[in-house]
Write a protein that binds this ligand. Structure first.
Ligand SMILES: [Fe+2]
Ligand SMILES: [Fe+2]
Length: 213
């Protein structure tokens, strides 16, 4: 299977989701040190669904904040820019992962994001802030298989429970694995090169330009 074959399959999928606009904007704001918190808050505030979801999480018992938070600006002042940005990214991507990969993919992605963030920080990496988004999106290619052929995904899962390597099982069933599918999705969505590299090489980091990442 060539890259063009994978591209063709992805192009033909009937309900391939668009990457939420908010994600690209949140990533741009992260890249530009001059970008203000206000700019990000303004963009998010235009998306009522994400705003509601973020405020629900911020006001949950988990954060234990002493007062009710009613705006993204307030949340940022109390929790800090990075926490709120990660929340924005999570809330923006969650519906897509949940509807095409179920709870399992969502939980795996958010756990990886939190783990990657912690590891990035403990290594003192200058790009530690971006590790969260790399973790969040690393397995996004799996949604292609869900849309393409659900029963083949069940067969992959079955093979994995018997000890098969997931990438090998996917290659057998589809001709390509979720890293390659993810690479194509990230390219299609025009997300930054570094995210593409992390998605493409997350099962063989030694081939990447940035193997530690
Ligand atoms: Fe993976
Ligand atoms: Fe994974």
């Amino acid at each position: 299977m060539t890259v063009n074959d994978i591209k063709r399959i992805i192009q033909q999928l009937p309900e391939l989701p668009a990457m939420p606009n908010v994600v690209a904007i949140a990533l741009d704001v992260m890249k530009d040190p001059k970008a203000s918190v206000k700019k990000l808050c303004d963009v998010i505030s235009n998306d009522q669904a994400i705003t509601t979801e973020i405020l629900k999480v911020v006001n949950s018992a988990y954060y234990g904040l002493p007062q009710q938070i009613s705006t993204i600006n307030q949340a940022t002042a109390l929790l800090g820019f990075n926490k709120v940005r990660n929340l924005i990214l999570s809330c923006a991507v969650k519906p897509m992962l949940m509807s095409h990969g179920g709870k399992t993919l969502w939980e795996h992605s958010i756990k990886t994001a939190i783990g990657a963030d912690l590891i990035g920080k403990s290594l003192g990496r200058s790009d530690a802030d971006e590790c969260f988004v790399f973790g969040l999106l690393h397995d996004v290619g799996k949604i292609v298989f869900e849309l393409y052929n659900k029963s083949a995904v069940q067969e992959v899962d079955r093979l994995v429970t018997f000890g098969a390597d997931r990438s090998a099982a996917e290659k057998m069933m589809f001709g390509f694995d979720h890293s390659e599918a993810g690479d194509e999705l990230i390219t299609k969505w025009r997300l930054p090169k570094m995210i593409r590299s992390c998605v493409k090489y997350h099962h063989k980091p030694h081939l990447s330009d940035s193997p530690v990442l």
